[in-house]
Design a binder for this molecule. Structure first.
Ligand code: FES
Length: 108
């Protein structure tokens, strides 16, 4: 299956973060319109859950801000956009087929 991992049938609500497990790692899934983002859920600063953070969908730059100390991550690339975190979170490709969600770790 080219590295795709079947997460199963999920009801994704627009702009409502969902926390899933992928091979033992916590991953944040976020749907907005026809797009679904998936990044590591654990902040690279001190490990807070990004699924409790503030989501900002602004077209070309879509972000989540860590609820603990305000690090900001790009939902598309996983890159840090605001400290104190300095390392990116992992990023995953996502596809939805007949209601089933598949993710695949993206090579960076
Ligand atoms: S744990 Fe996320 S900014 Fe500190």
């Amino acid at each position: 299956m080219d590295g795709w991992i079947d997460i199963g049938a999920l009801e994704l609500t627009d702009r409502k973060p969902v926390r899933i497990a992928v091979d033992g790692d916590a991953v944040l899934l976020l749907k907005t319109g026809n797009q679904v983002f998936a990044i590591g859920n654990q902040c690279t600063h001190q490990g807070a859950g990004l699924d409790r953070g503030v989501i900002k969908i602004a077209g070309s730059v879509n972000t989540v801000t860590c609820p603990a100390h305000g690090s900001m991550f790009n939902l598309e690339t996983g890159k840090t956009m605001r400290p104190p975190a300095t390392k990116p979170v992992p990023v995953y490709d996502v596809k939805v087929e007949e209601g089933r969600v598949f993710v695949r770790p993206r090579e960076t």
